[in-house]
Design a protein around this ligand. Structure first.
Ligand code: ZN
Length: 1005
């Protein structure tokens, strides 16, 4: 390996370490394969790698061939027990006993005195503290690159774990080693075969780069009181543990990890286990602290975490569990961790009861990081978060921030059992892990904040959201074939909306038709049976079936759990159920947004249907075939409404007569229809219309009743759908009439909240009412309601004048955005300064998005350029800023041009997996609706062959663009006519076609 210190910096921030792995040979082999990626070696410090026996036995292949079947032949050992075959998943597979010791110097010093660090590293190595292994241990497999065997002089540093009670057989010498870059394998070839039944220890030493790439062990920076500080932190999931130390980096290869960190005195080291021993010592006259952690439980590598910081923390106890919240000192001092601390105990307690299983660890650490690619990561016992997701400040955070914190904490803590204690054996079933945590996160948050009704919101935030993606022909089933998910970018691509949101929706449906008591009974039995082990999805169905059988009679299902779930898991998409209330006939078909896809799908599902007539929920029924009849649904003059509370993962269409009756009901007394179903009627109608199953004007008519609606869910549903109209139409002549119609609709809501809040001086009491107040202000300002514009600009101007921000936290996102849209460079610069100086991450995030709302194209260009400068826009936020700019009518073309121009740079410089390219592609192409844009997309694909994890997003962009072009052709005129008709009926002298910014300027200048 060449002496290259990565591409991100001109100099190196190395970390070094060594690890020892024990395993047992079960079948003779002369190849050892271990995962290793981006670990560096140089002539002074050669990277030495060994470990595992492997996923690949056979001659070196040019293609980097991968044969998972071979894994089945490999066995590992625990400290005392021989573990059964990997293929026999009933027993937990482990190469128990991995000792990892990593030396990462005090972050600030590393940063400021890199030279010194390198000297320290050299001295440590010379002193034998960081490297070497005992050659006299006969059975130890020795691997050296240059044949230079080193010896441990410090057994403590080498790991007390390495006992010498090994067998009598010598390990064969190593003849060669090579990397298989595609699979990130390091293959070690031996002179002779390992002997069956013998235990071996493999020793590795390694050097890696502490980069700012948010993967593996990496650097995160922040400023406190003018001082730049650095956190060394980790992100192992899904395939970056191998970038931290060579390891068997697969979820099914569980082991106990003994971790030691060597770091500078004054810093705190954290890992999965509790700190067992913290020793201040010296290495060649340099003071260091060595923190040794308690051994972990048996666990997968992707759940490991290693952090060195000078953070402060809060702590409490829930029973015997130590709970700690870690963050920047200032954030802790300001009380930003208090909410998380108060929430964690009750949520852990809820899950202990829900799963009927104790929390498996002795401590629960949660830490907020300045730079973090994902929202949060469920490392076992040391959960990492973006600051925005863990920290909450009652004075400056909104209720949405609060809900985000509650649901994300609940999501991550849910994984402590489901995912961590019991782990899916391969990444093709990510959906079950993520879908499950997403579903129960609502239950956990509901327990912590019962007055929120947060459980209902899954319908908006997951079900309706994922319907939009899953209705595309380019969607995919929840489960993929194991053999199709092989390379790291295949694995990354699994973490999409389908996995999270469809997974959550389908599991919610399952829990509903099983009933919650039966669902949790099966769940508990599954967790107990597979604790510390691995599973396939069908294992859960088996245990749920056992629970159904045990509750003979309480639940009647038309088929076994496995048979019911098959259709939802292995078929892509979802059904639309059509009910003809004149005959009682029901039918199902695969719902696709594009009515003429190239491929025809003949999917059928076993569909649970809960339905009602006016005032009365009827008995549940199932649609088992393509069509069926339920004579009860032949309704006479009454309406029929199906999929009550949208517990089922499907849309519903009706005969026109029933639609008319439902519309009449909405317009006369909408309260008779449950609130979630009011949201459903709007969302289903709009989407059925997009798929040409219903006329567009009928969908538009579902919004008419909103003039009398004040509830959040129907409004949000309508706004989500109107968002599509804005995207498609805001660059056409329909924009003005659309704005007028929306203004007419939202004005009563604006006035309602004005009244409810005593002229905006109070906060509406209900959680979702607070959300809808934001909708009211946002839409009223956007559509040019003068009173709204005056209100928001006055608030913002006060802040600029006095530097004292009195805008209520709930309203800030909206007010900031409107002020940017209306203002010019002065507002933008003020916003930028506030963004850079914000001490609370969620406040910074609001400003960051608002900065994209400006209509000044020069400012938008400048802002785009900042996304390539990590000191201006953190890398974790770059995608989000570009997508926000693309969401602005003025920014669309700029953002697309920017992405095309800089694609190669971003793609190669940031790495295929670290930048969120899938979101970037779908974000910047969301508005595409012309033939010219379709051609640009094609040209873009031809110019850049490899799209890595964004490959699917690109296919979806094609499909969406084509569908948009067709939709506009078919619907634009009808929509224009319909809006014009509504607007004439309700014409008002104030009506103006001006955009928000124009009206605002007039009203304030
Ligand atoms: Zn998760």
């Amino acid at each position: 390996m060449a002496a290259v210190c990565g591409t991100h910096r001109s100099d190196c921030n190395p970390f070094t370490g060594h690890s020892t792995v024990e395993f047992e040979c079960v079948e003779p082999t002369d190849l050892i394969v271990i995962h290793s990626s981006q670990l560096l070696g140089d002539e002074n410090f050669p990277a030495k790698v060994l470990v595992d026996i492997a996923h690949r036995v056979g001659p070196k292949s040019a293609s980097g061939g991968y044969n998972r079947a071979i894994i089945a032949k490999i066995h590992y050992l625990s400290e005392k027990t021989l573990i059964t075959k990997l293929a026999a998943q009933k027993s937990p597979l482990q190469y128990n006993g991995v000792k990892v010791s990593i030396f990462a110097d005090q972050p600030t010093e590393v940063y400021q005195q890199r030279k010194k660090f390198q000297d320290v590293r050299k001295r440590c190595r010379d002193a034998g503290l960081l490297s070497g292994f005992v050659g006299t241990w006969q059975t130890r497999l020795r691997v050296t690159v240059e044949g230079a065997t080193k010896y441990f002089e410090d057994p403590e540093a080498a790991g007390g774990f390495l006992d010498d009670k090994l067998g009598e057989v010598s390990a064969p010498d190593i003849t060669s080693d090579w990397l298989e870059p595609a699979t990130q394998y390091l293959v070690v070839e031996l002179k002779g075969k390992l002997t069956t039944g013998q235990r071996y220890q493999l020793y590795t030493e390694f050097t890696g780069e502490l980069s700012d790439d948010l993967a593996g062990l990496y650097l995160s920076e922040y400023e406190e009181d003018g001082v730049r500080r650095v956190v060394i932190t980790s992100q192992m999931h899904p395939t970056y543990a191998r970038k931290t130390f060579p390891c068997f980096d697969e979820p099914a290869l569980k082991a106990v990890f003994h971790i030691t960190l060597i770091h500078s005195p004054g810093t705190i080291a954290l890992s999965n286990g509790l700190e067992a021993e913290v020793v201040n010592t010296t290495i060649d006259e340099v003071a260091v602290t060595r923190t040794r952690f308690e051994p972990t439980e048996r666990m997968s590598t992707y759940l490991l975490a290693i952090i060195v910081s000078d953070y402060a923390h809060l702590s409490s106890k829930e029973g015997d569990i130590l709970i700690r919240i870690w963050a920047r000192r200032k954030a802790i001092e300001e009380g930003q961790g208090d909410y998380a601390l108060n929430l964690t105990g009750p949520i852990l307690d809820f899950f202990q009861q829900y799963y009927n299983t104790s929390y498996p660890l002795s401590k629960s650490d949660q830490i907020a990081l300045p730079d973090f690619y994902y929202g949060a990561m469920e490392n076992w016992g040391l959960v990492t978060y973006r600051e925005t997701n863990l920290l909450y400040d009652p004075l400056t955070s909104s209720n949405r921030n609060k809900e985000t914190t509650a649901t994300i904490i609940a999501h991550e803590l849910a994984h402590m059992w489901f995912g961590n204690l019991v782990t899916l054996r391969w990444w093709n079933e990510v959906w079950l892990n993520e879908g499950f945590a997403s579903y129960v996160s609502y239950l956990g948050a509901d327990k912590a904040e019962p007055q929120w009704n947060v459980k209902d919101l899954i319908v908006l935030d997951d079900v309706q959201k994922v319907f939009a993606v899953d209705a595309l022909a380019s969607s995919h089933p929840l489960s993929s074939k194991e053999e199709d998910i092989v390379l790291p970018h295949h694995i990354s691509a699994q973490f999409d909306t389908i996995s999270y949101s469809k997974g959550a929706a389908v599991l919610r449906m399952l829990s509903d038709f099983l009933s919650e008591p039966v669902f949790v009974q099966g769940l508990k039995s599954y967790l107990n049976h597979f604790a510390y082990g691995n599973t396939a999805g069908t294992d859960l169905w088996d245990h749920l079936q056992m629970a159904v059988d045990a509750n003979n009679g309480t639940v009647t299902l038309p088929a076994g759990v496995n048979d019911i779930m098959k259709g939802w898991v292995f078929q892509m998409g979802f059904p639309v159920v059509t009910i003809d209330t004149s005959t009682g006939a029901l039918s199902q078909r695969h719902f696709l947004l594009d009515p003429e896809p190239n491929v025809s799908y003949n999917n059928t599902w076993l569909i649970p249907i809960r339905w009602m007539k006016p005032g009365e929920v009827q008995g549940d029924t199932w649609l088992m075939e393509k069509s069926g009849v339920n004579s009860e649904m032949k309704s006479g003059g009454d309406w029929v409404l199906a999929n009550i509370n949208v517990t089922g993962y499907y849309r519903v269409n009706y005969d026109l007569g029933n639609w008319e009756r439902l519309l009449t009901q909405l317009n006369t007394d909408h309260q008779v229809v449950p609130v979630i179903n009011r949201a459903q009627l709007v969302d289903d109608a709009f989407n059925l219309a997009r798929a040409s199953l219903l006329h567009t004007t009928l969908a538009l008519r579902t919004t008419l009743y909103l003039e009398g609606e004040t509830q959040y869910m129907p409004w949000q549903s309508a706004l989500n759908n109107m968002h599509y109209y804005y995207r498609m139409l805001d660059r056409t002549e329909v924009y003005g009439p659309l704005q007028d119609y929306m203004k007419k609709l939202v004005t009563p809501l604006f006035l309602y909240f004005k009244n409810e809040t005593s002229e905006w001086t109070q906060v509406p009491p209900g959680h979702t009412d607070q959300y809808n107040q934001v909708n009211a202000i946002d839409m009223a300002c956007k559509t040019g309601v003068a009173e709204c514009q005056t209100l928001t600009t006055t608030w913002f101007k006060q802040w600029m004048d006095t530097h004292h921000n009195t805008i209520h936290p709930n309203l800030r996102s909206s007010v900031y955005c409107r002020a940017m849209a209306a203002g010019g460079e002065a507002e933008w610069k003020f916003g930028w300064d506030q963004f850079k100086n914000a001490t609370l991450a969620s406040e910074a995030s609001k400003l960051m998005h608002a900065l994209a709302c400006t209509n000044d194209t020069q400012l938008l260009k400048r802002y785009l350029s900042y996304t390539l400068e990590p000191n201006m826009i953190r890398r974790q936020d770059a995608t989000s800023v570009i997508v926000s700019i693309a969401g602005n009518r003025e920014g669309q073309d700029l953002a697309w041009d920017f992405v095309r121009t800089n694609w190669e740079y971003m793609f190669t410089y940031y790495g295929k997996d670290s930048f969120n390219f899938a979101n970037l592609i779908s974000g910047v192409t969301e508005r595409f609706s012309t033939e010219a844009e379709l051609q640009q997309l094609k040209a873009f694909e031809e110019e850049n062959g490899d799209f890595g994890s964004a490959t699917l997003a690109l296919t979806q962009a094609y499909e969406r663009t084509t569908a948009n072009i067709n939709w506009l052709q078919e619907n634009k005129q009808d929509i224009l006519d319909w809006f014009n008709k509504q607007n004439i009926q309700n014409s008002s002298p104030e009506t103006s076609y001006g955009s928000c910014s124009v009206s605002w300027t007039l009203s304030t200048v």
